[in-house]
Design a protein around this ligand. Structure first.
Ligand SMILES: Nc1ncnc2c1ncn2[C@@H]1O[C@H](COP(=O)(O)OP(=O)(O)O)[C@@H](O)[C@H]1O
Ligand SMILES: [Mg+2]
Length: 224
């Protein structure tokens, strides 16, 4: 298994009230799987993705990534593993507007000890993979939404991650552009990438390996 979760729980304190967002999530992902996460707004999809991506810690339960127990890592260990193993793609792209495409994709290497020649080669490979080699010197503001998301995907790919996590990556795109981004994820998966994608689109979910549906803090196997 690439990833195993058992009985993950998470709650937030909001004012005086405790909101139980995850009430016991079990999840297994093998290398090369493509899992779609569905569920209503507020059902905890992003919270789950943040835990899987080591951006947040669960209150309880177990999370093993690549057979390593995440509970033993401190903040530093989590940051280091995240920087080397996890590629995150967000709905809002999260590119830095003042940096070029090349610089945005190279950002993960600021936090990671990869020799600069190797880093440059990986950046160029990743940008080529998403079809934007001709845009290396452009800034995000000079690109369309779909192109910006391709840059974000290249940034996720550049580290050659163990796991790609995408939180509604087509949510800010028109349906035709979103279709192109989905095709790219499907190609990456066909080439071996392991992907967990939050999406509201049942047509998307229908084309990936498996689906879970979140509700009441739990995940159940979904059907299209
Ligand atoms: N940092 C936070 N502090 C307090 N409440 C939060 C925080 N993050 C999320 N929540 C709450 O947790 C619930 C689930 O949020 P989220 O995981 O973002 O759901 P989804 O991505 O499915 O829309 C929501 O009710 C949200 O308001
Ligand atoms: Mg969300």
């Amino acid at each position: 298994m690439l990833l195993t979760c058992h009985n993950l729980t998470k709650s937030y304190q909001l004012g005086g009230e405790r909101v139980e967002v995850l009430r016991g999530i079990d999840l297994n992902l093998s290398r090369g799987d493509f899992l779609a996460v569905m569920g209503a707004s507020g059902s905890g999809k992003s919270t789950l993705l943040h835990i899987l991506g080591l951006l947040a810690t669960p209150d309880g339960g177990e999370y093993f990534l690549n057979d390593q127990n995440m509970a033993v890592l401190d903040d530093d260990g989590r940051s280091r593993l995240r920087a080397s193993a996890i590629g995150f793609v967000f709905q809002t792209f999260n590119l830095l507007p003042e940096l070029s495409v090349w610089e945005n994709v190279a950002l993960p290497f600021l936090y990671r000890a990869v020799a600069s020649d190797e880093a440059a080669a990986r950046v160029e490979r990743a940008v080529a993979r998403v079809g934007l080699t001709k845009r290396l010197r452009h800034r995000p503001g000079q690109l369309s939404g779909g192109e910006m998301q391709r840059v974000a995907i290249a940034r996720a790919l550049a580290i050659e991650p163990l796991l790609i996590l995408a939180d509604e990556p087509t949510g800010n795109l028109d349906s035709k552009t979103g279709e192109g981004i989905l095709s790219l994820f499907l190609e990456l998966n066909a080439a071996g990438a392991s992907i967990v994608m939050v999406t509201h689109d049942r047509r998307v979910a229908a084309r990936v390996g498996s689906i879970i549906e979140m509700s009441d803090g739990r995940a159940r196997a979904g059907t299209v």
